[in-house]
Design a protein around this ligand. Structure first.
Ligand code: FES
Length: 541
C-alpha cells in the first residue's frame, strides 16, 4: 500500500489476521479497533509496559524512550516492542505475546470521529465527561478530559437489548411486562458503564478512584431507546397517537431517581443528562447530529440522513428544519440479514464488479477472509448484483439462485446473498427514499436543488455514493455534494461536554423544527411501494 497505510499481519494463538494500519496510528490503537487486544493500563503513554508484542518482520519506527525504559536490552534484541509505541513504516508482522481477555468493546476508528477544538479550562474538579450514543443496534461511548478538551478513549459495542428484538417496537412491547422493562433498562445501563470501566482501566489506568472525577454524562438516542433506558414513557410510545408529541422520559423532577442512577453507576458527582427528544418518532440523536454537522448554520437546501434501524432525516430550508424518521429495519446496520456483521475485520465493506461482468472483487476489512457483510458491503452487493443483471429491479433473482443464496465469491459460502437479504435491504431503502421524497415535497424543494447532503450513521466512511444512487437510496446529486459523518450523534454529545456554546445552539435548533410524520401522509405509502424497486431515485414530485 502506498497511501501511508501498511498491512499488519497479527498472530495471536492459532489465528492470523491482516489489518490495514495507517502510519500515524500506533499498533495498539489499530488493534483496539478489532477483537485483537494487547493488555494496557496507561492509555498508550508508554508507562505501564503491559502492551508487549513481538515484532517478527517489517519496517517500523525505532524503539522510543519509553521502550528503552520499560524493556530490557535482551527483550529489545529479541524484537519485543510496546504496541502503543510501535508505528509502521512498511508491511509488518507481529505476534501478540500476552493478549488481553476478549472484550465486547472496541475502539472507534479515529477517522470516524469528529474533530472538536474545545475545552473548559476554568473547570476545577470532576473534569472527566462521558458521551453516549445509545443506538438500537450499537452503543458508542467516549471519555473526555473536559478541562483540556481531550478525547481520552472511545468504545463501541452491540446493544445487549437486542435479545428482546432487533427493532424498537419489539423491545417496547417486551417492556410492557415490568420485569422485562427493568431488565431492558439494566442491560443498557450496565453496557454503558461497562464501556466506561473498560476505557478507564485501559486508557487511564484506574477505575474506582476515577469514577468520582466524572462530572457530566450526556446521552442521546432515539426516543424509544431513551425511554427504555430511563424506564419511562415506553408504554406511551406504543400508541402512534403519541408519536407527534414529546415524550417525557426524563425524570428530572424526581431527585431520588437521578441519585439512584448515580449510585448504581458509582458516579457521585456526575450530572447525567439524557437529552430530550423532539417527539415520539424523532429522537435526540437527530438533534445531536444537527449540532455536530452544523447544517442549520450553513446554506439552505441541506439534507441530513442518519441511517440506522430507524432512519432520521432533516432538511434545512434556510429558516426551518423539516424533520422526520422512518423505521427501515436493521438491514443497513447488517442486522436481521443472512451473513450480516458489524464493520470489523472480516466484514465485506465494499464490492466492485470486475470487467463489467458477473465476477466481483470484495474488499474485506482487515484484508482477510470474508465472514459476512457490514451495511456498506451489503449495499454494494445489492448494487453490483443489480448492475450485473443477477438481481432484477423488483429484487427477484434473474438467474437460478441456490437455496443458500448467490455467492459473490463462489468459494466462500459467507458471501452468499439470499432473496430474503435483498428483500430486507429493499424495505430499508424504500422507507428511507420515500421519506426523503416526502420531506422534500413538504418543504417545496426539488432534489436537484440540494446543495449539501450529509450522511451519518450506519455506513460510516465506506458508503459508495454512486451505488447508493444506483439503487435509489440517495437522490441523484454530484459526489461533491455528499459528506459522510460516521459518528455524528456521538460528536453532538461530545460537543455538549466540551463546548460552552453548544447547549445554546442545541436550544436554538430545537426551537426551529417542523415535525413531519411521513407515515401519516397517504402518499408516503404509495411512494414506499414505488421505492421498493431498485433503480435510480425518481425526481421529486
Ligand atoms: S505501555 Fe503501552 S499501553 Fe501502557
Amino acid at each position: 500500500m502506498n497511501d501511508g497505510t501498511h498491512t499488519l499481519t497479527v498472530q495471536s494463538g492459532a489465528t492470523t489476521t491482516k489489518l490495514a494500519v495507517g502510519s500515524r496510528v500506533s499498533v495498539r490503537e489499530a488493534l483496539d479497533t478489532t477483537r485483537l487486544r494487547v493488555r494496557a493500563a496507561c492509555g498508550g503513554t508508554g508507562t505501564c509496559g503491559a502492551c508487549v508484542v513481538r515484532l517478527l518482520s517489517g519496517r517500523t519506527n525505532p524503539p522510543t524512550l519509553a521502550e528503552y525504559t520499560k524493556l530490557t536490552a535482551e527483550e529489545r534484541a529479541e524484537g519485543i516492542r510496546l504496541a502503543c509505541q510501535l508505528r509502521l513504516a512498511g508491511d509488518s508482522e507481529i505476534r501478540l505475546e500476552h493478549p488481553a481477555a476478549p472484550s465486547p468493546w472496541l475502539s472507534i476508528a479515529a477517522e470516524d470521529l469528529l474533530s472538536l477544538d474545545a475545552g473548559l479550562p476554568d473547570l476545577l474538579e470532576h473534569i472527566y465527561g462521558v458521551a453516549v450514543d445509545l443506538g438500537t443496534t450499537h452503543i458508542r461511548v467516549s471519555l473526555w478530559d473536559r478541562k483540556n478538551g481531550r478525547r481520552i478513549a472511545t468504545r463501541r459495542g452491540a446493544n445487549p437489548q437486542a435479545r428482546f428484538g432487533a427493532d424498537v417496537l419489539n423491545r417496547l412491547v417486551a417492556a410492557r411486562k415490568s420485569e422485562h422493562a427493568h431488565e431492558l433498562a439494566s442491560l443498557a445501563r450496565e453496557a454503558v458503564i461497562a464501556a466506561v470501566h473498560d476505557m478507564l482501566a485501559r486508557d487511564v489506568g484506574e477505575v474506582t478512584p476515577m469514577l468520582a472525577d466524572i462530572g457530566h454524562v450526556v446521552i442521546a438516542g432515539n426516543t424509544a431507546m431513551l425511554a427504555l433506558l430511563t424506564g419511562r414513557g415506553g408504554e406511551t410510545l406504543l400508541d402512534p397517537e403519541n408519536w407527534q408529541r414529546a415524550i417525557d422520559y426524563q425524570p428530572s423532577a424526581d431527585p431520588d431517581w437521578l441519585s439512584g442512577w448515580q449510585s448504581d453507576w458509582h458516579l457521585p458527582n456526575a450530572r447525567i443528562e439524557v437529552l430530550p427528544g423532539v417527539a415520539g418518532f424523532v429522537g435526540s440523536d437527530l438533534l445531536a447530529d444537527l449540532l455536530a454537522t452544523g447544517i442549520a448554520d450553513g446554506p439552505a437546501a441541506t439534507l441530513l440522513i442518519d441511517v440506522g434501524t430507524n432512519t432520521e432525516i432533516a432538511l434545512w430550508d434556510g429558516n426551518t428544519l423539516h424533520i422526520t424518521s422512518v423505521p427501515g429495519g436493521p438491514a443497513f446496520e447488517s442486522g436481521g440479514v443472512g451473513h450480516g456483521m458489524p464493520a470489523e475485520p472480516g466484514a465485506i465493506c465494499a464490492v466492485r464488479r470486475v470487467d463489467a461482468g458477473t465476477g466481483f472483487e470484495l474488499q474485506v476489512i482487515g484484508g482477510d477472509e470474508a465472514h459476512g457483510y457490514c451495511g456498506s458491503g451489503l449495499l454494494d452487493a445489492v448494487a453490483v448484483l443489480l448492475a450485473a443483471g443477477v438481481v432484477k429491479p423488483s429484487g427477484r433473482f434473474a438467474v437460478a439462485c441456490p437455496a443458500d443464496g448467490y455467492r459473490l465469491d463462489p468459494a466462500n459460502a459467507r458471501t452468499a446473498i439470499t432473496g430474503n437479504t435483498v428483500d430486507a435491504f429493499q424495505r430499508a431503502k424504500a422507507a428511507t427514499a420515500a421519506a426523503i421524497a416526502v420531506l422534500l415535497a413538504q418543504a417545496g424543494i426539488g432534489a436537484d436543488r440540494i446543495s449539501r447532503l450529509v450522511v451519518c450513521g450506519a455506513f460510516g466512511h465506506h458508503l459508495n455514493v454512486a451505488n447508493a444512487r444506483a439503487v435509489g437510496l440517495l437522490p441523484e446529486l454530484p459526489n461533491a455534494t455528499v459528506e459522510l459523518f460516521a459518528d455524528a450523534t456521538l460528536g453532538g454529545c461530545e460537543a455538549l461536554l466540551v463546548e460552552r456554546q453548544s447547549p445554546g445552539r442545541l436550544a436554538r435548533l430545537a426551537r426551529n423544527l417542523r415535525l413531519i410524520n411521513v407515515t401519516l401522509l397517504i402518499w408516503y405509502e404509495d411512494r414506499y411501494i414505488e421505492e421498493l424497486r431498485l433503480r435510480k431515485a425518481k425526481a421529486t414530485d
